[in-house]
Design a binder for this molecule. Sequence first.
Ligand code: FAD
Ligand code: SF4
Length: 438
Amino acid sequence: MQAALLNATFVYYLFPLLMILGWYLRGRQARHARSLAILEENRRAGLTEPASLHPVVDPLRCMGCGSCASACPEGDVLGLVRGRAELINATHCIGHGACKEACPFDAITLVFGTEKRGIDIPVVNPDFQTNMPGIFIAGELGGMGLIRNAVEQGRQAIASIAAYCEPRRGDDRLDVVIVGAGPAGFAASLGAMERKLRYLTIEQESLGGTVSHFPRGKLVMTAPVVLPLVGKVGFTETSKETLMAFWEKVARDTGVEIRYGERLEDIVPEGDAYRVRTTAGEYLASTVLLAIGRRGTPRKLGVEGEDLPKVVYRLIDAEQYAGQHVLVVGGGDSALEAAGSIAEQPGSTVTLSYRSAAFSRAKEKNRQRVEALEKEGRLRVIFNSTVRSISETAVVLDREGEQIELRNEAIIISAGGILPTPFLKKIGIQVETHHGKA
Ligand SMILES: Cc1cc2nc3c(=O)[nH]c(=O)nc-3n(C[C@H](O)[C@H](O)[C@H](O)COP(=O)(O)OP(=O)(O)OC[C@H]3O[C@@H](n4cnc5c(N)ncnc54)[C@H](O)[C@@H]3O)c2cc1C
Ligand code: SF4
């Protein structure tokens, strides 16, 4: 009787429990193995330093529940390694901070920079003004990433600028030059229009800043914001395309003036104002709002023909290159990813030119993809080569003295960016280097 009862208990209670436990442990083991594999791959590729604000996990508090990893909207940024949460995909962290909020044990602190790589953050007052009177900073350049923060700061910075500027003067001096038309600069430009300031916005590329360079279809996580002239905008989860279409419509409907394709080159004090020099001219302004983000200006090659419209510095949509002869320049992950996705388009021929002898700073999976495509004859890699000149229909490479002319319809240059810190220092803005401080 007792044995039958024990049997029934085992069959109906213990067995299912053991099954569930076994299933849970197997899942956990697989998750740990996957996290470790991602972490090791990134270590091998040297991709261990986050760009800006990122989580640091206290191993003494972490219980390994994984809530932080599940909460991150960017996917595999945090993972579980040896029973504890760890930043496994550091370069993909954009500082959402959802991990910190999700941790039930308060094991996460958000910090700028690491011991190895400091992050330069300009010193900015609560009114967004720097140590240079009349030069203001808003958005990610000031350290705080995310679209909602950038929009909010752009709006608030313009309020400070309106309070700072003297009442309208008789001359043609501008109240403010806004540099950058990402979320911060766009919100600031609408704010300047709303407040009837004499403003000018310049943007080296196009509307939307970093958002316009997100991959096609990227899920954008944001929060409702107040956009000047528009009011409350309620996006929380949307796609890159929907957000960009909305901003473009706002730009059209309001008639906000933004000069695209114009880059800031210098800011020089002149009396109680600033002389702002750009690639298209110079302006005298009482104040300058720098909303230039942290991604910098794409590094140019400085060769003949580089200003042709077929030359771009970021791949947005591989499909547009189907059937074309394309050159990709660079040896990092973005160059390899661009070359790989274009080579997979029907009818395209892709050449990947890199100045070194091997791809030492790219992820193994990208290197393997390039090798596989090369074996299939869909992509050609030319190491130890540099671009010599570009024309409408061709490009000339120099490989250790040998000239190689290739038929060409498009060029994607992924040669990194010139970061804004040296420029900030040059114009006299105080910058602090953070090494993992909150
Ligand atoms: C892959 C990725 C995914 C992300 N996903 C999200 C997300 O889901 N949700 C979210 O909230 N945030 C996300 N972010 C972060 C978000 O994109 C940024 O925090 C935000 O765009 C910062 O806005 P900003 O206006 O300060 O700077 P940016 O968007 O970087 O805009 C700066 C602008 O200034 C221009 N500029 C720079 N230098 C000059 C110059 N010298 N002259 C003229 N113009 C210049 C640039 O061309 C650019 O258009 C993501 C970031 C990345 C990289
Ligand atoms: S949520 Fe907190 S306790 Fe759970 S894994 Fe992440 S850091 Fe550790």
